[in-house]
Design a protein around this ligand. Sequence first.
Ligand code: FEO
Length: 387
Amino acid sequence: MKMQIAPGIVMLGMMDGGLDLFESQYPLEHGVSYNSYVILDERVAVLDTVDVRRMDEWLGELEQTLGGRDVDYLVISHMEPDHSGALEAFAARYPNAALVGNAKTFGLLDQFSQGRAALARQTVKDGETLSLGAHTLKFLLAPMVHWPEVMVSFEESEGVLFSADAFGRFGSLNAQEPWEPEARRYYANIVGKYGAQVKALLAKTATLPIRAICPLHGPMLTGNDTERAVELYQVWSSFAPQERGVLVAYASFHGHTAQAALRLADELEARGEKVARIDLMRTHKSYAVAEALRFDRMALAATTYDGGYNPAMEAFLAALKSKGCQGRTVALMENGSWGPLAAKKMREALEGMKNMRVLEQQVTLRSAMSAQNEEEIAQLAQALTEA
Ligand code: FEO
């Protein structure tokens, strides 16, 4: 998709609708886009390339956008291959362009390109500007959001923040589709671990007169959407819950543990709670990680397995730890036909995370939900509601 987003600024959003897994690990329901931007002024700047999967299409769109002009600068915000995949092909076509990056950029460039993108280099520092004529780019380093070389660029005349992966979203480029759910899943799983670094970037951009945010994935944000996105990033980067509610995540082999977890979810809803039910055996853990970031509480239900606990729950808790999840209240439910261990193991995993409050009260099923379990589940729902 080619779109003029401001005078002299063009977005080249390359949609990859056929990609099944982002980073070969996160399922995509509606693909993902790789966004590149072109500023046409006295001097021409291209901001980032695209994944090699959309390289040919992008090179064609770029050539058409340039209308016969050459490129003076290729600004590299991020060296991850979903944005640098076409860098070598770009270098072959536009040998007069200078690569603009920071001190960290070019080390990674050399590792990836092995000498195959040997263009002139211009190293910029935090806060440095590059005048293109009427347009001026100001570079702000954003280390570890979520790679060390990441930097964002603010175009001063139009108030456009080119935000690298920050404010990106899985899914289409259509700005009419709800931004938040897939932006949250993207944030929680891709950038979420680096909350402190995201906060540092937000502090740097806080005083900028931002009129539009242009990320490397998903639609451009304008108007109120810009403010809302910044607000959400403030909340998410502090690991604070976005709203009151409970993630009920369960990992069940034959359905009994699921039945108990869903009963708890119903009991919570009956008490006025907002609930997200996630079957970890059938739903990728990235969705559960996003809901854990959204809500203030979790209820986890798992079967005992091989002297430990259900591998799907184990993988989810490992992901939560890896992404820095913290400060949540958690209720536990387990099932074990002989020697139940799952709650103990889940408790241990949660103790390895920061500021997790795990309720002492828990529910143990012995194979199937008993009448006593039903009562305990109602009591656990009440305890979670009061927590
Ligand atoms: Fe979209 Fe970190 O690459």
